[in-house]
Write a protein that binds this ligand. Structure first.
Ligand code: FAD
Length: 287
């Protein structure tokens, strides 16, 4: 690797100042699990790196009434997976973090890095889109919140500006009667990235009828794909096996999946059908 200058600011303000000054010439590094591979493969060649490693203020997990779960951008995926707060408030999300790669990766990889990398074959973004999570970004210009439905722009591309740091992930509480599930299908090895990921978030009225349903597929396109008709198909009805099958079939029929080493477009369509059904069944059974 060529010689690259490394800056290790001790505060967020110092980091934001450096980003504002250096512009596109400096690249953020958090856990480094994705970035170092990009550097080694010469996919990027920044003249300087800005390490977030000393920004301990971005390592926290807490819950706030009215806001929901707040996870600092530098929290490792392993710490998020094991956090009692995440497990209590969003057990499906804790399980999803636990499906990322392997323990060595999760010990270094950060939540902010996973979202900012925007690899299409990632696990957390799929469920987080279904949960209507938001990212908080800071720059020297100010702070803003970005719904995850708007964060992912394309392959490895987000709507974050080059001078912005993703400082926080906010996951709102589930509505009363809601439950969620994320399932992952791997086609090559147990520790691989997903061939297809599927998230279901559904809300049931006390009588058992469905009042809301969100279905999101991951790793099938450049960004997570939400089935727009899911809610309308389920609302006011009991989620019977036949309705679940009908919704899953409809989702598979409208998705236009990509082909890659993990599976062809045709293969992914068959998997989406099965995964959509299983994700809805898992979420309905989760009481
Ligand atoms: C062997 C292996 C297996 C993997 N398997 C999976 C898997 O199964 N599922 C899955 O979802 N992921 C998987 N991953 C991806 C992994 O989750 C990401 O590499 C990781 O989350 C990135 O986080 P990081 O902190 O290491 O980011 P880095 O590598 O440090 O950075 C990644 C990118 O994000 C930018 N960045 C980092 N933090 C911020 C921030 N706070 N604000 C703005 N920009 C930022 C960097 O500039 C860079 O462009 C795997 C990775 C490896 C190496």
């Amino acid at each position: 690797m060529p010689n690259i200058k490394l800056s290790q600011p001790n505060s967020l303000d110092e980091a934001l100042g450096l980003l504002a000054k250096e512009g596109d010439q400096i690249k953020i590094i958090a856990g480094g699990t994705a970035l170092v591979i990009m550097l080694k493969n010469r996919l990027i060649s920044p003249s300087a790196l800005l390490s977030l490693g000393r920004l301990d203020d971005l390592r926290y997990v807490r819950h706030e009434a009215g806001t929901g779960l707040r996870i600092g951008g530098l929290v490792t995926i392993r710490d998020a997976e094991n956090s009692p707060v995440v497990r209590d408030k969003h057990p499906a999300l804790a399980l999803t973090f636990g499906k990322v790669g392997n323990v060595r990766v999760r010990n270094a990889a950060t939540v902010g890095g996973n979202l900012s990398e925007a690899d299409y074959a990632s696990d957390p973004p799929c469920l987080l889109v279904a949960l209507r999570a938001r990212a908080r970004a800071r720059s020297a210009r100010g702070e803003r919140e970005i719904p995850l439905t708007e964060l992912f722009k394309g392959f490895y591309e987000t709507t974050l500006a080059s001078d912005e740091i993703l400082t926080e992930l906010i996951v709102p509480d589930l509505a009363l009667g809601s439950r969620s599930a994320y399932i992952k299908y791997v086609s090559r090895s147990s520790e691989d990235r997903p061939c297809v990921g599927m998230a279901a978030v559904l809300t049931l009225a006390p009588g058992g009828t469905c009042t809301d349903l969100r279905l999101v597929a991951g790793a099938v396109s450049d960004i997570p794909q939400e089935f727009a008709d899911a809610g309308a198909m389920a609302r006011g009805k009991h989620l019977t096996d036949s309705l679940i099958t009908e919704i899953a079939e409809s989702f598979a029929s409208v998705v236009d999946p990509l082909s890659d080493l993990r599976g062809s477009a045709w293969y992914r369509k068959q998997i989406i059908r099965v995964m959509a059904r299983r994700a809805m069944q898992q979420a309905s059974a989760d009481r």
